[in-house]
Design a protein around this ligand. Structure first.
Ligand SMILES: O=C[C@H](O)[C@H](O)COP(=O)(O)O
Ligand SMILES: C=C(OP(=O)(O)O)C(=O)O
Length: 373
């Protein structure tokens, strides 16, 4: 259906907008303003292939995390890094700092950098680097996908594996080969489509508890994602297809707090009771941020210290932690015409680098204490 809106000239991403949206009836596409061409995953993977070195980094980290989840490795998985990527250079600067620390702590911690390109919003807001890489509402998604893939290749080439949240259901075809660990967020853990997606992902996947703090929904997600599913999707060539998945055995719950925090020993015990009743492995990753820190970045230090004491006390059910950390502490709002401060989050407030180093070293010490028991 053609509307007056269709004739509008758009200066968005290069390439024409399909004015008619290919609809010949009056009953469809009535609220579609335009349709733009999207690069196919195959084209992007051909332009930016995963090198052998990068594949070895991704594969090695996936195996190490799988070993932790299945009790073959007593280390702690740490998913650490910015709340979101908005600045390529700052992300690389962070990665170059994290890599030597990851090497230093490799005996105790499997470090994976948060390289989050897609942000779920409570209502509206910037939805991440893939959706709007220029942060200006131009929504150059092809550019976002390309830059995201480049960044994942660059981070992994340092020998540092990358973690991300899988939010969009098509973007994994462009990026998932470069992801060592994935998250399904608190707002999508209950979504059947995301559980199906996780059932076919090649990496371990953490499911956040619900935003209200409910752990049952994450346990349900684990059960669903471990089963095979058949569902609709898009192939690397950009063609509609039915995907038949095998199920993902490398899932776990992430405690991110809800109405109240859920990182202390009682909360870990309660979460494990839910998992036990569901016949699932009693293990959790603790997110030091989000509702566990009331989004106060420095509270992550207290949360990590509490978690460290539980680990040092011998609790082997804590298999991982998540920390939101950037070059500098805090967060900033974007305002038209105002330059952004370098290395400061534009989504959730993050811990600064200088506080991240002792936090991770403290957790490594806790792992050594657990091992010594
Ligand atoms: O981790 C990021 C945020 O907590 C999440 O995306 C929700 O953000 P919002 O409440 O600011 O929209
Ligand atoms: C959005 C995130 O977390 P949550 O789903 O717990 O809000 C996140 O980890 O970036």
């Amino acid at each position: 259906m053609t509307t007056p809106q269709d004739s509008k000239v758009h200066d968005h991403e290069a390439g024409p907008r399909d004015a008619a949206t290919q609809d010949s009836t009056r009953t469809d596409d009535t609220r579609i303003a335009a349709v733009r061409a999207l690069v196919s995953p195959a084209v992007l993977l051909d332009e930016l292939p995963a090198t052998d070195v990068v594949q070895a980094v991704v594969d090695g980290a996936r195996r190490a995390i799988g070993d932790v989840l299945h009790g073959r490795d007593d280390r702690l998985v740490a998913v650490v890094g910015p709340c979101s990527i908005h600045d390529y250079d700052a992300a690389m600067e962070y990665a170059r700092r994290l890599k030597p620390l990851a090497d230093e702590l490799a005996g105790e911690i499997v470090t994976v950098m948060r390289v989050y390109f897609e942000k779920p919003r409570t209502t509206v807001g910037w939805k991440g680097f893939v959706n709007d890489p220029r942060l200006d509402g131009s929504f150059r998604i092809n550019e976002g996908l390309r830059r995201a893939r480049e960044l994942l290749l660059d981070v992994s080439a340092l020998g540092l594996p990358a973690a991300t949240e899988f939010l969009d259901l098509l973007s994994p075809q462009y990026l998932a080969d470069l992801i060592a660990w994935g998250a399904i967020g608190a707002r999508t853990t209950e979504s059947q489509s995301h559980r199906q997606l996780a059932s076919g992902l090649s990496c371990p996947v953490g499911f956040k508890n619900g935003t209200d703090g409910g752990v049952q929904v994450a346990a349900d997600a684990l059960m669903a994602a471990s089963a095979p599913h058949s569902f609709m999707g898009m192939t690397k060539m950009g063609v509609a297809a039915i995907f038949e998945t095998r199920g993902n055995p490398d899932g776990h719950v992430i405690l991110r707090g809800g109405k109240v925090p859920n990182y202390d020993a009682d909360a870990v015990q309660a979460a494990c009771a839910v998992l036990r009743r569901a016949g699932l492995r009693e293990q959790v990753m603790v997110d030091c941020s989000h509702a566990n820190s009331a989004k106060q970045p420095r509270r992550q230090i207290e949360v990590a210290a509490d978690v460290g004491r539980q680990i040092a006390g011998g609790d082997g059910r804590i298999v991982g932690v998540m920390v939101e950390s950037h070059l500098h502490e805090g967060r900033q709002d974007q305002a038209p015409g105002c330059p952004l401060a370098h290395g400061v989050s534009i989504t959730d407030a993050c811990l600064g680098w200088d506080d991240t180093v002792p936090l991770l070293r403290g957790l490594a010490e806790a792992v050594r204490a657990r091992r010594a028991r």
